[in-house]
Design a protein around this ligand. Sequence first.
Ligand SMILES: Nc1nc2c(ncn2[C@@H]2O[C@H](COP(=O)(O)OP(=O)(O)O)[C@@H](O)[C@H]2O)c(=O)[nH]1
Ligand SMILES: [Mg+2]
Length: 442
Amino acid sequence: MRTEATIFAFASGTSRAAISVLRLSGPATRAVVAAVAGRVPEPRRATLATFVDPATGDKIDHGIVVFFPAPASFTGEDCAEFHLHGSRAVAAAMIEALSLCPGTRPAEPGEFTRRAFLEGKLDLAQVEGLGDLIEAETAWQHRLALRQMEGALGHAASAWRQALIEASALVEAEIDFSDEADVPGETSRRIAGLLAPVAEALETELAAAKAGELVREGVTIVIAGPPNAGKSTLLNTLARRDVAIVSESPGTTRDALEVALDLDGFRVALIDTAGLRPAEDPIERIGIDRALARAKSADLVLWLSDVAAPADPPADLCDAPVWRVVTKIDLCCGAAGALPSDCLGVSAETGKNLDLLLQRISAFAAARTFGGWGGLITRERHRHAFMVALCALRRILQHSEAPIELIAEDLRAARFSLERLTGAVDVEDILGDIFARFCIGK
Ligand SMILES: Nc1nc2c(ncn2[C@@H]2O[C@H](COP(=O)(O)OP(=O)(O)O)[C@@H](O)[C@H]2O)c(=O)[nH]1
Ligand SMILES: [Mg+2]
């Protein structure tokens, strides 16, 4: 699938910087490089050149040009990079010069990566890994994205697909030569032998999936409790900035507020909510409903209450673990010792026990996400594909007496689902969605 246009875009950010990188890909690359840099340098060798506007001959910059001939380039097409001084004026002049070269146009978001995918340089799961790598904020997100980009999911999927293809061959043979005397049950035994390990691997991955998604999306922790318990203060203190409005008047926080923290490399989304109390005010009521909804979907709830007015969480607050935190212990000297053992007393005022709270949260995030390291599934799309394949395989394994045509059909369904995972079969419907998330120049 050859693309006609030669695309260009800044691969680096375009704010003022020492150096910025302009990238070019497509059939006109050689001509553009020759016109702008004076000649086409030796492949993959950083070469100093003077860049000029081919239309006017005006000098634009002195910099480095690198030429990557097809097919050994990121996109699989002829590619080049111009390393320029990172000024807005240089950027604007280069963009203008490239725009005037025949056959060129600015790239759309994710277009370089889309071409790499279409040229078979990356499978779809690697594309997603690359997107995650660019977005990665914490050390664990970074590691997971890197592994995804290196093709861990694609390798596993193609090994499983191979087993399904072998099983299909047995099934086809059975359909074609069913009248020939074969040992009864022999084919289905051999098929089961091929499919059972695949089903088992899919099951293991699905079980570990939650952890992979937690690494990518983060562990969600909701701070809940009665009004004035110090919820917003705790959020602000842990976030080290004023995210939420803190006030003595109860019912100040109306909407759920979220901050993302990086705790020892784990992404943690901390959510402050409206205080829970019977409220008259309709807006406060909405806030309380939202608070309850957020608590329901949380991975962990911190239930805060004032040391002067300890309160129990409602029994049906959530299915996730609830940690009881007693606040403002600075106001109640000595009382902290009298707290029930399942309560942690903290003070945002003095900082007492906040480190301990963070340590415990970090340990919780680690325990929840550590399994994600071994897992391959990092998003809902993968989980769905695994699920479809597993259901089809289970049908085959559990109904060995089923008509051979049904077995063939289920095998096709399982294989199709695994192929969609890496983009080996038609996936036009999901491509737009995946590439639209990329930035221009990637
Ligand atoms: N002395 C003391 N006051 C606190 C502490 N945490 C919060 N407060 C005060 O308690 C009041 C209510 O706090 P806020 O965070 O708005 O509570 P929320 O309604 O649960 O969000 C404010 O006046 C805070 O300054 C603390 O650790 N020590
Ligand atoms: Mg509040």
